[in-house]
Design a protein around this ligand. Structure first.
Ligand code: IFM
Length: 458
């Protein structure tokens, strides 16, 4: 690679995690159970019967993890708050011990010059609130606003960046339509209502935040370009439907105050009549968009696949990650340019990007992961290409700092820059951690050197 790939001086270089995936000790110090705690303890839900009971034990080892972040040279770290640690019943009395954990974590980050980006909701709804209808309850946006207020008051002066909700699409679709995530429902009628309440919850939290006079809050969405597998009209239309379903479902209402027109025909009778007052409330883009990018969709029409009549297919010639997701870095540039063009150049953070691969066992305390190094390199270069073309990109967060609990896949899928040894919880750096450290130290200049198979060079 001969072209320069430099980033602005104030660019944020981070790594991302979420509470249930790394913390462990889910009921410690008075925390209430979450739907993920319940779900993981229900037989047959998670690969190998894994749970988040121990996870990476970050709740007790957070200082060690902040030291790792400092060693990597991160200037930002994205984590999420477990709602039911802070409000064990989801509402009402604050559990100061639970809140204290996040206060200490923020202190430790700031001491090392690492800016916290805090996600309020990364899927671990309070089980008590779930029993009151969860995201189906029309009151749920108010519950969320109250919780957001507690967090803004406790941390707002020290946390410069907030994410309201992580990947609302995943909550609605995997949690309520396909059922592989908590709460494990499969109900076409629930899905658009949950999505709508999540958007209202985002808007309510933005409103509360504005009331405190602050201006750095956004929603994080999972995006992937949708490409038809052939030129056949049916495949092209299927890709357009999937684009509405995945990429535009949450962003159009946020920026344009309306749902994509395709949604009503995708959901048919399950699509409610949303009021114009609610749609006006939802038009609350916030201050930036968080983009979680992993892959693209290659789409084929399939009349039997409800409700979309479209399926994602694997191309045999493609390199796939251990999740079965095609490695497609060009899609990141495409996604960022698409956001710029469709939604009038919003400020953007890449809030997640990374890959699971079946890493070899550690040798001499180190893990060689050349595929992850190549993945990160190519995606960071793809981000730089979007910057060059005028995208207002402010930061990049690798998913993830540590190998962790990958939801329904349990610990079988590893995204970390650091391997976590399940026997003793030792954190072992992978080659990708060293690679990322060089990228950060040179603010991307190291990417302009000829790509070589990355040596372990510790
Ligand atoms: O691990 C998840 C994360 O919680 C949300 N975004 C995608 C990641 C990989 O599947």
């Amino acid at each position: 690679m001969t072209r320069g790939a430099l980033f602005p001086r104030d660019f944020l270089w981070g790594a991302a995690t979420s509470a249930y995936q790394i913390e462990g000790s889910p009921l410690a110090d008075g925390a209430g159970p979450s739907i993920w705690h319940r779900f993981a303890h229900s037989p047959g839900r998670i690969a190998n019967g894994d749970t988040g009971d121990l996870a990476c034990d970050h709740y007790r080892r957070y200082r060690e993890d902040v030291a790792i972040m400092a060693d990597l040279g991160l200037n930002a770290y994205r984590f999420s708050v477990a709602w039911s640690r802070v409000l064990p019943q989801g509402r009402g009395t604050v559990n100061h011990k639970g809140l204290g954990f996040y206060q200490r974590l923020v202190d430790a980050l700031l001491e090392r010059g690492i800016r916290p980006m805090v996600t309020l909701y990364h899927w671990d709804l309070s089980a008590t609130l779930h029993d009151r209808g969860g995201w189906l309850n029309p009151d749920s946006p108010n519950w969320f606003a109250d919780y957001a207020q507690v967090m803004f008051k406790a941390l707002g002066d020290r946390v410069p960046l907030w994410i309201t909700i992580n990947e609302p699409w995943v909550v609605a679709v995997l949690g309520h339509l396909e059922g592989q995530h908590a709460p494990g429902h499969r109900d076409l009628f629930e899905t658009p209502r949950v999505a709508h309440h999540l958007l209202l919850a985002h808007a309510r939290a933005v409103d509360v935040y504005r009331g405190l006079g602050r201006h750095r809050i956004g929603l994080a969405v999972n995006l992937e370009p949708q490409h038809p597998v052939s030129d056949a009209r049916a495949d092209r239309e299927a890709a357009t439907r999937r684009d509405a379903f995945i990429n535009r479902w949450f962003l159009d209402p946020l920026f344009q105050g309306r749902y994509p027109h395709e949604m009503a025909s995708i959901f048919g009778p399950a699509w409610p009549d949303f009021t114009s007052e609610e749609l006006a409330l939802i038009r609350a883009p916030g201050d930036f968009i968080g983009v979680n990018y992993y892959s693209r969709g290659c789409v084929r029409a399939d009349p039997d696949a409800t409700p979309l009549h479209a399926v994602r297919v694997s191309r045999p010639e493609a390199l796939n990650t251990a999740m079965g997701w095609e490695v497609y870095p060009e899609g990141l540039t495409q996604t960022l340019l698409w956001l710029r063009q469709r939604y009038a150049n919003p400020p953007i953070y890449i809030t997640e990007n990374g890959a699971a691969f079946d890493d070899p066992p550690a040798r001499d305390g180190l893990v060689a992961d050349p595929l992850r190094v190549a993945y990160l390199r190519d995606h960071i270069v793809a981000a730089a290409k979007a910057l060059e073309q005028g995208v207002d990109l402010r930061g990049y967060f690798a998913w993830s700092l540590l190998d962790n609990f990958e939801w329904a896949e349990g610990y079988s899928k590893r995204f970390g820059l650091y391997h976590v040894d399940p026997r003793d919880q030792r954190r072992l750096p992978k080659a990708s951690a060293r690679f990322y450290r060089e990228v950060i130290a040179s603010n991307g200049a190291s990417l302009t050197q000829e790509a070589e198979p990355y040596s372990l060079g510790f």
